[in-house]
Design a protein around this ligand. Structure first.
Ligand code: PLP
Length: 388
């Protein structure tokens, strides 16, 4: 059996050793409840607040502006539902995009059922929203703009700072889902002009089930879960201090390694893209050619079912993703690729490769070696079926 190759880091990443050490250390030494007044509690509280300071420092925020959550999904929900409920007397209109993660899309869908109105902005062929579209969609009753920082399927980066300027000018709260971005792009909440920013640890070699929401000082938010007074009354529940400390460590490490990590990831991505383009006919890259994350490559292989490709690659020990959502047993073409105007049959023939710090050039070459045969075999099979 060949070495297994993991090219699905946009789905999740393994916990890196340094982070595991932090996790183990705090888990075994600091078990107190951070709300307790005694020394055990205060030790946990100290770790919690140091972690908050670290996370805040990584994004140019003040430490009181970071709320710890269970991850990206909860951060998105707290940002969107929390704003909607807090500002419902001011207006009921929300602007977002058609390419958001389900954590945002389904949250907006639920709000629509409660009487809020949502505009879903389109994207261009490069999977990018144009800032002027945000401006055009603004209404007097608009209370929130939520645009993801970078798309999780194509890696296309959105013009967040420009949108931030528009939102500020209009006095509208601005949220960005930066779950895929931390550690790949420099983040500064003031430069970006965001009021709310979602993060998740498991995309950056931290544990699953922990993340954070940046909340700019003065931003009105309503809690979406009720309980004690934790996390500034916004997110009740005893804090998972070891996981939070691990998240802070993961974010800090990702930030410190940013320039070299970016270069390395970009080299791997280009090696795979050009390798596949040279070896397979009728392939296309999906996403922006200029504004992109270095670790995500989305490609369509005309005439081949993406899921069949994924399963065949998995049999050969290579893990990738299709990006399409599996609903009621049938794989739907990706809502992101469809929003870009890609034909459903081509969207269905797409794969997402996402790279990480442990991937090597040799692994990429192995994929370039095996994938053309799989594509050609599946294309031949399709042709034979069509002739029957
Ligand atoms: N937002 C984006 C863009 C994502 O890619 C993901 C995870 O895939 C999430 C939100 C959800 O994050 P979590 O898995 O931490 O809930």
């Amino acid at each position: 059996m060949n070495e297994r190759i993991y090219l699905d880091h946009a789905a999740t990443t393994p916990v890196r050793l340094e982070v595991l050490q932090t996790l183990n250390e705090i888990l075994s030494s600091t078990f107190g409840n951070a709300s307790s007044i005694h020394t055990f509690g205060q030790e946990a509280k100290r770790v919690l607040e140091e972690s908050r300071e670290t996370v805040a420092g990584c994004i140019g925020a003040a430490s009181g502006e970071v709320i710890f959550t269970s991850g990206g999904t909860e951060s998105d929900n707290l940002a969107i539902r929390g704003t909607a409920y807090a500002l419902k007397d001011r207006g009921n209109h929300i602007i977002t995009t058609a390419i958001e993660h389900p954590a945002v899309l389904n949250c907006c869908g639920a709000l629509e059922e409660e009487g809020f109105e949502v505009t879903y902005l389109p994207v261009d062929l490069e999977c990018r929203v144009h800032p002027e579209w945000v401006l055009e969609a603004m209404r007097p009753e608009t209370i929130l703009v939520s645009v993801m920082f970078a798309n999780n399927e194509t890696g296309s980066i959105q013009p967040i700072a420009e949108i931030g300027r528009i939102a500020r000018r209009k006095g509208v709260v601005f949220h960005t889902d930066a779950v895929q971005v931390a550690g790949k792009v420099h983040l500064d909440v003031d430069e970006l002009g965001v009021d709310l920013l979602s993060m998740s640890a498991h995309k950056i070699y931290g544990p699953k089930g922990v993340g954070g929401l940046y909340v700019r000082k003065g931003t009105k938010l309503h809690p979406i879960v009720y309980g004690g007074h934790h996390e500034k009354n916004l997110r009740p529940g005893t804090e998972n201090v070891p996981a939070i400390a691990a998240f802070a460590r993961a974010l800090e490490l990702a930030g410190s390694e940013l320039p070299s990590a970016r270069e390395n990831l970009e080299r791997l991505k280009e090696r795979l893209a050009s390798g596949l383009e040279g070896a397979i006919e009728q392939v296309q890259r999906n996403g922006s050619a200029t504004e992109y994350l270095p670790n995500i490559l989305n490609m369509s292989f005309s005439g081949v079912d993406g899921e069949a490709l994924l399963l065949n690659l998995d049999l050969m020990g290579v893990a990738v993703s299709t990006g399409s959502a599996c609903s009621s047993g049938a794989a739907e073409p990706s809502h992101v690729l469809m929003a870009m105007g890609i034909d459903p049959w081509l969207a269905q023939a797409s794969l997402r490769f996402s790279f990480g710090r442990d991937n090597t050039a040799e692994q990429i070459d192995r994929v370039v070696e095996i994938l053309p045969d799989i594509v050609n075999r599946l294309r031949d099979l399709g042709d034979a079926r069509a002739r029957r």
